[in-house]
Design a protein around this ligand. Sequence first.
Ligand code: OOG
Ligand code: NI
Length: 464
Amino acid sequence: MKKESLASADDIRSAFSAAMSAMYRKEVPAYGTLLDLVADVNNATLDASPQLRERLEQTDSLDRISEERHGAIRLGTAEELGLMRRVFAVMGMFPVGYYDLSSAGVPVHSTAFRPVGDVALKRNPFRVFTSLLRLDLIADESLRGEAQRTLAARRIFTPGAIALFEKAEAQGGLDTQDAAQFVAEVLETFRWHDRANVSAELYRRLHDAHRLIADVVSFKGPHINHLTPRTLDIDAVQRLMPERGIAPKAVVEGPPTRKCPILLRQTSFKALEEQVSFIDDDGAWKPGSHTARFGEIEQRGIALTPKGRALYDSLLDETRKHVRPAADGSNAVEYEKALQDVFHAFPDDWAEIRAQGLGYFAYSVAPDAKAKSLSDTDDVEALIAAGAICFDPITYEDFLPVSAAGIFQSNLGDDQAQEFVESPNQKRFESDLGAQVLNEFEHYARIERESAEAALRALRATEP
Ligand code: OOG
Ligand code: NI
């Protein structure tokens, strides 16, 4: 088949992200409420800051924001993870980063499937935080065996989805008709099933071992457990949620409120109590309930260099040495104050962040560069000083392990904090995945470098 007739991976990802959002809106009505609130806050933020609007327009980043989502799923076996990687590859989503959550009391390790490269990200940056359950961290051997047998018996992809991603691999893509069918088939994997795979009795034992184990093992597939829109002002959303009948968790995860947002700030609302039925040994359905799905909002800031990230990590550590946010929210005000105070050590000015090499920036020709007299230098710094080149923060596209752990915990229930031996195992994760995870820093550095080269080329082209 000729390449021209194939749908682009970017188109397939956009269609999938839209289909997922439509499905989740039907499944979880509060998600629709949240989307409306985020749209209102984003419009108000842009109206109040023409400068922000202009920079987003100039850098081609405005349109993506209203479409932007991340979701999360939890998988049960190595085989499921390997298949998921191949499915996401058809949509131009690749595993970036390794997150060990065992140290935070959650028996999973994770990666984020997302597009890489500037063009794909600007088109649609849809990401899925994907966790693999670590049954090796479950002490009870017979329960582990039962969980393994249950998981081995399920098939999370439809035969149609498997046939289509194999076809995509064989011919290097899918035509538009196959692509539409692929999106519909893959969507089935993420759908909520209210009929469990297990008896109420096994569910209870899994649940007692860890709530997350019950969530992964008991159901037909990895239901999408939240879908997160991106806001330009998370403090406003957090403040306004109660007015729309939604109760947010007590503290916003991540860095404090700043003029120049860094990395990622997130907040969520608690998981819903949902009706499910369990299957008895004699085949009868028995009613019960389960909490799986919740809501989350995020605000994204600049991607930090390894130096900036080290500073962020050390300031967060220092804050938490003073005040550890209590699960019940009782010391939220104290925690936020400590966070603000400690983060004074992180410069809150783009030029300063750049000068100290703390963040990644995209370079472009300044709008009025032609009017400036340009020497024939290739020195980006000199051209910036001359006003010929300008810089904008590159958005952080990834996740933060401490924040992710906070999101998991707030949804697993406050009584669920459990100790596991910290045991990152990236090698094992990658062998289950069937590929190495990409290094996030290398990708930001490349986008930065390529933007500087493109700006210099464009500048040459404008010279008389
Ligand atoms: C994933 C929690 C992590 C985030 O935004 O940090 C996450 C989960 O609960 O499965 O989505
Ligand atoms: Ni999330």
